[in-house]
Design a protein around this ligand. Structure first.
Ligand code: ATP
Ligand code: ZN
Length: 483
């Protein structure tokens, strides 16, 4: 392509890497991403590397050390800035601030606020590159407020990103040559605060680097106001490359592209990053490899299955939660089950991969009518998958999807008795749903009556009790027309 006039700036970007540290096709892994960055930096010293969020959580590589491994690797890779995505909050906001402090580059977000209205992080960064002033404004998805454990965002507010962008673009536009928004907003129609909304309502943004919807934008998109929107998929499958030319305080040309593993096949991985990733993996290996149980069958935790119906892993986990707590019934959100387990030896690593959130088992004493309300909430979008789909134990019920949301659950039995809406049941669940995660808001009025340790430990203990796990779904959740 023909260059524009003026200074050439290259901006490399990643998003939704979700701790895919190691190469696993089509994921390139961090060493390769760093190698790509090295190559661009050697060709153009005016190169920045930015991350649009969801970096510090997603595999055992990260979760075993509450995100610290990712920070170490990103420091070595030489990032200039990151915006926290919803998953950055998975270890709690205090831990997020600790991680941000460990980073030798800034974590930025204009719309993550404390209750007193002050910001948790700096809203933007102005970086001068070869005499060109680049303003980088960061925005986090307000969906974080209900997509992570509510306790992880306690005392925080995530305000309207469009309103923040309006104010800040206005504030810095005249002070900089280039305005970049680094956003974890995404482009899904299901979200109200998308990057599309921001670029439509806020003129004066040269480039919007997006994450959250895991969108692959091969050459970017250009909005009505001329903003170039870029997004690099997920899992280190791509590195985004934006070329900008800036002359006399104006962007004269801009373009976006993505590098994937085929395009990067001749690029050498960065050796220091490869060594670091390896050494972290080696350290973690003994814990992850620990054999904790055996299963005769595949335990199904596939996203589309476990968020849309009963699976044997859903049953097993709900049984484990009920068993460890001695509760009458158990309910756990399908979206909290993040992977399947193959038949054979089960390792600690397998279990943490299924349950990476560090959740606790808790009990609450719930009125029967609220148990039904909870089931209704969980199956509201059935047969469409949704994170809140209830995996249950000690209770059986049927769903009639032809009925409206809120009145499609029927034939609810607790043990061998019909559920009594007026009775009180001890319900075991995880601490995410207990505090209203996945819109289980009917639970929030009940005080916790017991805590029974970590969800992953409960699953391991229960599998050990069973000996060889050989569990099939037993039809505790059925689809059936209302009688
Ligand atoms: P993205 O990677 O695009 O940000 P996402 O995580 O926002 O994806 P999903 O993969 O659908 O979107 O995950 C959200 C679901 O994960 C929630 O609906 C919920 O079911 C589950 N979830 C999130 N945090 C927790 C938690 N702490 N405990 C249990 N389940 C959780
Ligand atoms: Zn993500």
């Amino acid at each position: 392509t023909t260059p524009g006039t003026g200074k050439h700036i290259t901006i490399l970007h990643t998003n939704d890497t979700h701790a895919r540290a190691v190469e696993s096709s089509p994921a390139m892994g961090f060493a390769k991403v760093a190698g790509i960055a090295d190559k661009y930096r050697s060709e153009n010293p005016n190169t920045l590397l930015l991350d649009a969020g969801d970096a510090v959580h997603g595999t055992t590589f990260a979760t075993l050390v509450n995100g610290e491994s990712i920070v170490k690797v990103m420091n070595e890779m030489g990032y200039q800035a990151i915006v926290p995505g919803n998953h950055e909050f998975n270890y709690g906001s205090e831990r997020l601030v600790e991680l941000a402090d460990m980073m030798n580059f800034p974590m930025l977000s204009a719309n993550v606020k404390k209750k007193d209205g002050t910001r948790l992080f700096e809203p933007y960064l102005i970086q001068e590159v070869d005499g060109v002033k680049i303003g980088i404004i960061a925005l986090t998805t307000p969906e974080t407020m209900y997509k992570t454990n509510p306790k992880n965002v306690e005392g925080l507010d995530i305000t309207d990103p469009t309103a923040e962008a309006k104010v800040l673009v206005n504030e810095i536009r005249s002070k900089v040559d280039v305005v970049i928004v680094l956003g974890h907003l995404g482009q899904d129609a299901s979200s109200t605060d998308t990057s599309f909304k921001v670029v439509k309502e806020v003129p004066g943004i040269d480039v919007f680097i997006d994450g959250h919807s895991h969108t692959v934008l091969q050459d970017g998109l250009v909005s009505d106001h001329g903003t170039l929107i870029a997004s690099a998929g997920e899992y280190t499958n791509y590195v985004g490359v934006i070329d900008l030319w800036v002359d006399a305080g104006k962007v004269t040309k801009k373009q976006a592209a993505l590098i994937d593993e085929a395009a990067a096949k001749d690029i050498k991985p960065n050796e220091k990053v490869a060594t670091l990733v390896n050494s972290i993996q080696k350290e973690q290996e003994p814990i992850l490899k620990e054999e904790v149980a055996n299963t005769a069958v595949l335990l199904d935790g596939k996203r589309e299955q476990v968020r849309a119906g009963e699976t044997n892993l859903g049953d097993l986990l709900a049984d484990a939660i009920r068993d460890v707590s001695g509760a009458d019934i158990a309910l756990t959100n399908g979206g909290g089950i993040r992977a399947s387990i193959e038949a054979g030896v089960v390792t600690k690593g397998d279990v943490i991969t299924v349950l990476p959130f560090g959740n606790q088992v808790v009990t609450i004493d719930v009125k029967g009518s609220d148990v039904v309300a909870a089931l209704e909430n969980g199956v509201g979008s059935y047969p469409e998958p949704s994170g809140g789909f209830p995996q249950v134990s000690g209770i059986t019920f049927s769903i009639d999807p032809s009925q409206d949301k809120g009145s499609r659950v029927h034939s609810v039995m607790v043990g061998d008795q019909a559920l009594d809406p007026e009775a009180t049941y001890t319900l075991a669940t995880n601490d995410f749903t207990a505090v209203g995660g996945d819109e289980y808001t009917m639970f929030t009025k009940y005080p916790t009556t017991g805590m029974y340790g970590a969800l992953d430990e409960a699953l391991i203990e229960y599998m050990q009790q069973l000996g060889a796990v050989d569990i099939k779904t037993d039809g505790r959740i059925k689809e059936a027309a209302l009688p």
